[in-house]
Write a protein that binds this ligand. Structure first.
Ligand code: 5RP
Length: 225
């Protein structure tokens, strides 16, 4: 049986086939994406560069010799590649376990295509067993936490963590997210929230999912194949 790292490596390898030639692509954050950055470094001659979604990914891209491009000078990107903590068959995602949700959401929004990389354990029927990360301006922490309780969640401050933008993260436990599009918008309306880890208004376009039998493709139209 494959280890989790072997699954992440397998899906990262498969993702390279989706990378267009001579383009600047968006690159997410996390351990799966770290494998993808390593694979990208093998084909760096055929891409123009990468927009990083976080300081951590920018560092790894630079260390691997991949040219960094600022989003502000890149325009729309043809492709964004990122992992997720939970994935549904509609390709709605729960992300932010690594705390880079804000940069990830911006780069995903600026990309025409979002390719999500995962493995079978991340496929769920309903999002929310993984605590939902909410990035919050520090002065609004207590107020936002009270509002999240009103929505039925149990927010916990991520201890010792400061985001790339100087903010804190509340991890919200106990949510069963039946309407991720609605909840994503509702949480983002709370004053002091920067963004939350639901990627439902801009879901993935394609998911590559590694499992014991190899890597399969999920599309929102057809579900699993
Ligand atoms: C980081 C993220 C990651 O994509 C998510 O946490 C999955 O990480 P990993 O690939 O390490 O399992 O959203 O903010």
């Amino acid at each position: 049986m494959e280890s989790e790292d072997q699954l992440k490596q397998a899906v990262a390898k498969a993702a390279v086939a989706h990378v267009p030639d001579d383009a600047v692509i968006g690159v997410g954050t996390g351990s799966t994406v770290n494998f993808f950055i390593d694979e990208l470094s093998r084909i760096k001659g055929r891409i123009a560069g990468a927009v990083a979604s976080s300081v951590a990914s920018a560092k790894r891209l630079t260390e691997r010799g991949i040219a960094l491009v600022e989003l502000n000078s890149a325009g729309d990107l043809p492709l964004y590649v990122d992992g997720a903590d939970e994935i549904t068959r509609h390709l709605y995602l729960l992300k932010g376990g690594g705390g880079a949700l804000t940069g990830e959401k911006i780069v995903a929004a600026a990309s025409r295509r979002f390719l999500c990389l995962g493995h079978e354990a991340k496929l769920v029927d309903v999002l929310g067993a993984f605590p939902l990360p909410v990035e919050v301006l520090p002065m609004a922490r207590s107020y936002v936490a009270r509002e999240l309780v009103r929505l039925g969640g149990r927010p916990q401050l991520r201890q010792g963590f400061v985001s790339d933008y100087g903010n804190v993260i509340l991890d919200v436990h106990g949510l069963s997210i039946v309407d991720p599009v609605e909840l994503e918008g509702r949480i983002n309306q709370i004053a002091g929230v920067v963004t939350n880890g639901l990627f439902a208004r801009r879901p993935a376009d394609l998911v590559l999912l590694a499992g014991a039998d190899g890597v399969r493709t999920l599309t929102p139209a057809r579900g699993a194949d």
